[in-house]
Design a protein around this ligand. Structure first.
Ligand code: NOJ
Length: 537
């Protein structure tokens, strides 16, 4: 556990000084997750075993050696469950199966077993805020009609207006457009509305319903029994909605970005607390995680973990998710969102460590994931440029060389920090975003729901290049890739960097080795001041 901030002064050099020390006090325990580096595998884009152009579980198992030689502690798999893929698998139709697109349940077992043999832990994605509209419960709810017990497991309401033709309130979907869709009742008449904070194919569960609660505890047990080491919990701050579902004006973008937050950031004000938005960060969510923690703890050691994806401001509320009897970790999106400005980075790191320490949790660090523009590209724009939701060919293009240089520096910083770090597949290659995908190939529902105004997240989800000269750069046995790889991806392929001094892959390996050898993940931290605001950028 980190200790309090203590200020010290050194005068060994006239210009440089160590201005503050964040000293690691006694480690409260040496649990693996307090300092682990966890690598996110996006199953559809990592490795394809059968040549259909979509990655799959056997493909992942076959290449786990890459993670072993990289030197990470665990992998987190984005969803591979049966799904119509309306939101790339974050629309789950069955929480206890594997989609045939990705393999079979036996392939998941094999993946877990092989990873464990290699000393890698496995974290799976749990999506509790919403299911797919193809989930048997939602189908039953549609068939059973208004007032039925089946409808109670989701959030159905009558519309406003004389003919109920208006949505029940003014909430907007994170992907754009209204957060409500109207159903046609079994008798063919226009009927009730259901809530979906994301796509209309992702109806929100009603977490006031006991069956929903027991169902998810049972899903946790299902995967724990299969040997997984933890869960990344999707939209963990969204499950409970404020009573009465009152109107609220703001649309939230991915990772909690709102227009207001952006405006506030520019004029130096703190953003509005997330829990003022009636569908985010309501106090009631914590009871759910306390009961989940009991389920996990009942499995004994070594500890299995929960990591919250919770876009919550201020940080003091975000860390409530990681109190000792709730989750183990929460993603630190403040770090990801901080512009490439030295003082800002120092400030966010200090703030994060102090906030996490206030509840005895490790801080986490992340720069890229499947929802944001890759950091090698993001950092290729002027510091302070607003983080776009996807980039198109007609948008201003990043400076790729500068972006890579900064990305390498950013990762070097991140992997030296105490706490747990998350990597996103391909960043170990310095992989840039694909910024010229043709619109007709885009699959992220944001693109359509925002009327094309936001390009969406496909650009960071393009299949990995493994071998420069193989078809599809070795993503699978043939040339097929579900999204086209940019022409320059071959130069970033694993085989171009493996064993090559100075390559980004070798940099990551060296950083991870050093982090492990020096126990940096559980170390203490001091900033040396006096280099000037943004030296060597
Ligand atoms: C967050 C996930 O990371 C994102 O990919 C997904 O679209 C939303 N949650 C909805 O499940």
């Amino acid at each position: 556990m980190m200790g309090p901030v203590t200020a010290t002064q050194t005068s060994s050099c006239p210009t440089l000084r160590v201005s503050s020390v964040l000293r690691a006090a006694e480690q409260r325990d040496s649990a693996w997750w307090r300092h682990a580096v966890i690598y996110q595998v996006y199953p559809r884009s990592w490795a394809d075993s059968n040549g259909d152009g979509l990655g799959d579980l056997p493909g992942i198992t076959a290449r786990l050696g890459h993670l072993r030689s990289l030197g990470v502690d665990a992998l987190w798999l984005s969803p591979f469950y049966p799904s119509p893929q309306a939101d790339a698998g974050y629309d789950v139709a069955d929480y206890r199966e594997v989609d045939p697109l990705f393999g079979r349940l036996a392939d998941a077992d094999e993946l877990i077993a092989r990873a464990h043999e290699l000393g890698l832990r496995v974290i799976v994605d749990l999506v509790p805020n919403h299911s797919s509209d193809a989930h048997s419960w939602f189908r039953a709810a549609l068939a059973a009609g208004p007032g039925s017990p089946e409808r109670e497991r989701y959030i159905f309401r009558n519309g406003r207006g004389a003919g109920h033709e208006l949505p029940p309130n003014n909430w907007e979907s994170v992907f754009g457009g209204p957060a409500w869709s109207r159903v046609t009742e079994p008798d063919g008449s226009p009927g009730q509305w259901y809530l979906h904070l994301f796509d209309s194919a992702q109806p929100d569960f009603n977490w006031d319903h006991q069956q929903v609660r027991s169902e998810f505890e049972s899903v946790l047990q299902f995967w724990l029994d299969r040997g997984v080491d933890g869960f990344r919990v999707d939209v963990a701050h969204g499950l409970v909605k404020k009573d009465g579902l009152p109107d609220h004006r703001a649309r939230t973008h991915m990772l909690g970005d709102t227009e207001e937050a952006a405006a506030h950031a520019l004029d130096g004000h703190s953003p509005e607390p997330t829990h003022h938005i009636p569908y985010w960060d309501q106090d009631g969510v914590h009871e759910i995680y306390r009961s989940w923690r009991e389920v996990l703890d009942s499995y004994g050691g070594p500890e299995r973990i929960l990591c919250a994806e919770a876009w919550v401001e201020p940080q003091e509320r975000a860390v409530l998710y990681t109190r000792p009897n709730e989750m183990h970790q929460a993603f630190n999106f403040d770090f990801l969102g901080t512009p490439w400005i030295a003082e800002d980075l120092v400030a966010v790191i200090e703030r994060s460590l102090i906030a996490a320490d206030s509840v005895g949790a490790p801080s986490t660090w992340v720069l890229s994931n499947h929802d944001v523009v890759r950091h090698a590209t993001r950092l290729g724009y002027a510091p302070g440029t607003r983080r776009p939701n996807g980039i198109g060919a007609e948008d201003p293009q990043p400076d790729r060389e500068l972006g890579l240089r900064r990305a390498r520096a950013a990762t070097t910083l991140m992997l030296a920090l105490p706490g747990s770090a998350y990597l996103y597949q391909g960043e170990e290659l310095g992989l840039p975003e694909s910024t010229d995908l043709p619109d007709e190939l885009r699959q992220d529902p944001t693109f359509v729901r925002s009327g094309g105004e936001e390009k969406g997240r496909d650009g960071c989800r393009v299949p990995m290049p493994w071998f420069r000269d193989a078809p599809g750069h070795g993503f699978g046995p043939g040339p097929a890739t579900w999204l086209p790889q940019p022409s320059f991806y071959g130069d970033y392929a694993v085989d171009q960097q493996d064993g090559v001094a100075g390559s980004t892959l070798e940099l990551y390996r060296a950083l991870l080795r050093r982090r492990r050898d020096l126990s940096l993940g559980s170390g203490s931290l001091a900033f040396v001041r006096g280099y000037g605001p943004d030296e060597g950028q």
